[in-house]
Design a binder for this molecule. Structure first.
Ligand code: FEO
Ligand code: CA
Ligand code: CA
Ligand code: CA
Length: 606
């Protein structure tokens, strides 16, 4: 747990100015280095990466593409060994292969390589005691940690929870509906108190074809989840169906229902079978972050990253037991799923301009609406399994509040308050779309906002809460921005918050961005949550051309900031041979994980 006695949490770093440099920039007094990049071999027998000689077999033993979430779990005694778990969200074939004719023309081996580049990596890392730098432990002689692991689209999973075995998740290959194959579009995630990793399957809809020929009864849900029902074999698609027929919905419509879950991985046990927890619902899961409530139950907060989609929480039936890992490993299999409905208190009209209400705050109350408790549904016309598989439809029915793309949702372990990044929403207030409200106060919202949720009585299992917006992002010179009332002349511009994290003090929120609409590159920012400097948001780091900043993760001892640099060089028209970014090696762009630290050994942020 955070220990503010050891970490004052005071932020004193000199902010990184907004920039468009093709590199990672950190404040003066800090070092940074790449820990691992796409293609680095991590499993015994995997070859060194060669962009001109890639195979699916090699990629199954190499670090995957487009690193997103990362979590670092201490390993053994001391603080110099750790397991780093990283999501590989999606592939960018045009930046992976010198020749890529497109999914419908691609060499089937290219498709298999892309499938293998999805999923997750588990990598043991060690810190150099002298310098403070973290490195993988693979060396030139090819010695690999026994913990290292790749999870990809051919890894066997098992379903848990009430939708297991339901007709909606049965397929020809798995007639019992218990054993989905593979994970994909793993976006963000979170660490559990029992040392496992949760990861959200997000934009899985893009990976299927044949939706137009799926059975009629499957279509309303396919449509609500964003599957393309107009084009039989979408040419823009990666065409995984060309090597695995299950990605063709005209033949295997239920395969769609086997993605979109929260998965749990036990990195301490490389032979453990990863699970998909159906009790946490199915949507475009950004991530999942747990906290132990005062009564010992585990509460997991989650966002569905789509314009006008929802915030959710899961509350376990059983309580966390400190020394009973076997018990804790089953906590997410039984419980209750809720969706958030907000109420608004402003007396003023919310006109979509982002003007601060006259009471001085965007704020209000809210209720967690119960959707299902194990086999019991609380939504008219839905079985519990239907609630869990078609969670969006169930949440629509109960009138949940339509938010501006809920990305990361994370509880603060010091205060129990919850912080969610609402990244942007270009459709807010457009014709036929919902207009601004007090929690989503700008129409055509380009820059996003942060919402803070305080559960009643500080009880994370509560059914009621209050909320406020501490940050409304953008250029501080723009009147529609808000930084908790702090002097805007000192604040860094910020746009499109995506992932959030806390340092060990628990007093600061760290925010990484994706899609900066202010003309400079994405980055990582830190802002105090309380005290006289509340709202003093400053940029800590910036990333290369075309990249977004993911992760972020601040080590338990507050000495290291880890970030994922995702999709560097992802710029229209760029290719391997005409790269928009040459980060990190000076030739072409590669996604990679970076650590930043202070060589003087002091805490980060100071
Ligand atoms: Fe994969 Fe919602 O970002
Ligand atoms: Ca108000
Ligand atoms: Ca994200
Ligand atoms: Ca993103």
């Amino acid at each position: 747990a955070p220990d503010p006695r050891h970490h004052s949490g005071k932020l004193t770093f000199e902010p990184v100015p907004p920039n468009t440099d093709d590199k990672v920039t950190v404040p003066s007094g800090y070092e940074h280095s790449v820990i691992i990049e796409w293609g680095t071999p991590i499993i015994e027998g995997a070859p060194e990466f060669d962009i001109d000689n890639q195979t699916a077999k090699a990629q199954r033993g190499q670090f995957g593409y487009n690193n997103d979430y990362l979590g670092v779990l201490p390993l053994g005694r001391g603080d110099h060994k750790a397991l780093m778990v990283v999501n590989h969200e999606y592939t960018d074939e045009i930046l992976m292969f010198r020749e890529y004719p497109g999914g419908s023309e691609a060499d089937p081996e290219q498709i298999k390589i892309a499938m293998a580049a999805h999923g997750l990596s588990v990598v043991e890392i060690r810190r150099d005691r002298e310098t403070g730098q973290w490195r993988t432990i693979m060396d030139a002689k090819g010695r690999f940690s026994e913990y290292n692991r790749r999870i990809h689209l051919d890894t066997k999973f098992k379903f848990t929870g009430p939708a297991t075995g339901d007709d909606l998740v049965k397929t020809k290959a798995d007639p019992r509906g218990t054993t989905p194959i593979g994970t994909q579009n793993n976006c963000s995630g979170g660490l559990t108190p029992w040392g496992t990793v949760l990861s959200g399957e997000e934009n899985f809809n893009q990976y299927f074809v044949g939706g137009d020929a799926a059975p009629d009864e499957a279509k309303p849900a396919l449509k609500r989840y964003g599957f393309n029902l107009d084009v039989h074999h979408d040419e823009e698609n990666r065409r995984f169906d060309r090597v695995q027929e299950r990605f063709d919905l005209s033949k295997h419509p239920n395969e769609a229902n086997r993605f979109g879950w929260i998965i749990e991985i036990d990195p301490h046990n490389p032979n453990s079978k990863p699970r998909k927890h159906t009790m946490l619902g199915r949507f475009k899961h950004e991530g999942a972050n747990p906290i132990i409530a005062k009564n010992g139950k585990v509460v997991v907060y989650m966002g569905d990253d789509e314009r006008f989609d929802y915030l959710y929480k899961f509350v376990s039936d059983e309580k966390y037991r400190k020394h009973d890992r076997e018990h804790n490993l089953r906590l997410l299999e039984r419980g209750t799923l809720y969706v958030a409905k907000l109420s608004f208190t402003s007396e003023d009209e919310i006109d979509g301009s982002g003007k601060l209400p006259s009471d001085g705050a965007f704020d209000g109350a809210g209720k967690w609406i119960k959707l299902a408790h194990n086999d019991e549904s609380f939504v008219d016309g839905f079985t519990a399994a239907e609630v869990l598989v078609n969670t969006r439809l169930a949440a629509d029915k109960v009138g949940a509040t339509k938010m501006d793309r809920p990305e990361d949702v994370e509880p603060n372990r010091l205060t129990g308050k919850i912080y969610a990044a609402l990244t942007n929403n270009s459709d807010r207030g457009k014709d036929g779309k919902p207009g601004a409200d007090e929690a989503n106060p700008r129409n055509k919202n380009k820059h996003g906002q942060i919402i803070e949720i305080t559960e009643n009585r500080g009880d994370n299992t509560s059914k009621e809460f209050n909320w406020t917006l501490p940050i409304v992002c953008g250029d501080p010179n723009d009147e529609s921005t808000f930084f908790s009332g702090f002097d805007k002349s000192k604040v860094s511009p910020i746009s499109c918050p995506d992932n959030v994290a806390f340092d060990s003090s628990g007093k600061n929120l760290w925010i990484s961005t994706d899609g900066n609409a202010l003309g400079s590159h994405d980055g990582l920012f830190a802002v105090p949550l309380t005290g006289e400097h509340k709202g003093w948001l400053r940029q800590f780091l910036s990333v290369p051309v075309g990249a977004e900043t993911c992760g972020p993760f601040i080590s338990e001892d507050n000495k290291t900031v880890f970030v994922s640099v995702q999709h560097p060089g992802e710029v229209d028209g760029a290719t391997v041979d005409k790269p928009a970014s040459v980060w990190p090696n000076g030739d072409y762009a590669k996604p990679a994980v970076v650590c930043a630290w202070r060589p003087d050994g002091k805490d980060v942020g100071r």
